[in-house]
Write a protein that binds this ligand. Structure first.
Ligand SMILES: Cc1ncc(COP(=O)(O)O)c(C=O)c1O
Length: 382
């Protein structure tokens, strides 16, 4: 442990648990401000009162004592809102991805994943029995080549899974989901899309990218999370009723864990109610305006070449080197803006970055100032 920790320090990549900074938020995933929304907070409390729920905890796994009534209500809301047959709620997006990828692809199957895919998907794949290969980021040609060269369908039962994110968590960019989906349909492959950073940001009423493109029926499974734009905690897998039943029976991160508390589930339900209300729609609209404004100011400040092209709430400014990006982040934080550096190996070496997470509640002045300060720092420190 000592040697590994020392190496991390030498690489300027030691992780510490720090107190939250009371600065302008350009870091959290609370894209719509729902985590701090008082209406959602009090409506969740009212819902619990209305239903006579007074328990503090779920008391067990969903397969034992933890499957309280609010779960069924939430899963119905999710299936209807996201236009899918079934939804299964997990304790977190990490659990959902690990549960899915460790159990659904079988020995003899193949999983092809984007090289920048989230750690939870990689971990799930590692725990499973299928062969897996990465393909170049958002590169359909590379995926096609790899599928041809690596996967020989030995039997009719061999399944091929392709997994991507509709908004990548570190780059904020998106694959061409339309092309990817038709490639999968033509070849009989199963497409899985992680929509963690697209919910609340894209699509009608923030339904996500798959909805925006009308691909609901073409995707084998979608993963959505509640800890980002919904401002709560937890996640769900959206797919067929058969998939739901399979996961209930075989996904170990679903089976062997205590269910979410009634309070957590009530908060997710109320966050969804708020999302579709006029105020919720207004928050989504404000977020989109802020994304456009941010991109505009990046251009005005001559910073385009530093930023990864992205239309999402995640805007990454590439500043290679852990020390370099760390010290620029500190300088910006000293001026009142909470912008976090993302170090390697979380991102590939040479692709270290400042990641700006934008919100509906950020003001135009905050966006202008933070980018002016960034620009000044880049002029001084290169
Ligand atoms: C793309 C992606 N998938 C899954 C997760 C995991 O979700 P959760 O934070 O709910 O565990 C995250 C968040 O870190 C993510 O960015």
């Amino acid at each position: 442990m000592k040697a590994k920790l020392l190496k991390r320090k030498e690489d300027s990549y030691i992780r510490n648990l720090a107190e939250p900074l009371d600065l302008v938020d350009f870091t959290s995933n609370d894209y719509l401000g729902f985590a701090r929304n008082k209406t959602i907070f009090s409506n969740a409390f009212e819902l619990l009162k209305e239903r006579g729920v007074t328990s503090n905890g779920a008391t067990g796994s969903r397969l034992l004592s933890g499957n309280h009534g609010l779960y069924m209500k939430l899963e119905e809301i999710l299936a209807e809102f996201h236009e899918v047959s079934s939804a299964l709620v997990f304790g977190s997006g990490y659990d959902a991805n690990v549960g899915f990828f460790s159990s659904v692809p079988q020995r003899g199957d193949f999983v092809f994943f984007d090289e920048l895919i989230h750690a939870s998907i990689r971990d799930g794949i590692k725990m499973g029995n299928a062969k897996s290969y990465k393909f170049k980021h958002n590169d359909l040609e590379d995926l096609r080549d790899r599928c041809l060269s690596k996967s020989n369908r030995s039997t009719d039962e061999t399944e091929i899974y392709i997994v991507t994110e509709s908004v990548f968590s570190m780059d904020g960019d998106s694959p061409d989901l339309r092309k990817l989906s038709s490639f999968c349909i033509q070849n009989g492959f199963n497409l899985i899309v992680d929509e963690a950073h697209a919910i609340g940001v894209f699509g009608e009423m923030g339904k996500g990218k798959v909805d925006e493109l009308g691909l609901q029926k073409e995707i084998f499974a979608r993963m959505i999370t509640f800890g980002k734009a919904l401002g709560c905690h937890g996640a769900a897998i959206l797919g067929s009723s058969e998939l739901k039943s399979y996961l209930v029976n075989f996904a170990r991160s679903f089976i062997y864990t205590t269910a979410l508390t009634p309070h957590s589930v009530a908060t997710i339900i109320e966050a969804y109610h708020y999302l579709i209300s006029p105020k919720g729609v207004n928050s989504t609209q404000k977020l989109r305006e802020n994304i456009d404004y941010f991109k505009d100011r990046v251009h005005v400040n001559g910073l385009d070449s530093f930023f990864v092209p992205s239309h999402s709430a995640i805007q990454s400014c590439i500043l290679p080197g852990n020390q370099h990006v760390g010290s620029i982040a500190k300088n910006i934080q000293h001026t009142g803006f909470d912008v976090k550096p993302i170090f390697s190996p979380t991102v590939p070496k040479g692709r270290e970055r400042l990641r700006f997470c934008l919100h509906s509640f950020n003001t135009k002045t905050e966006i202008e100032k933070s980018l002016e300060i960034l620009s000044h720092n880049l002029n001084v420190y290169g």
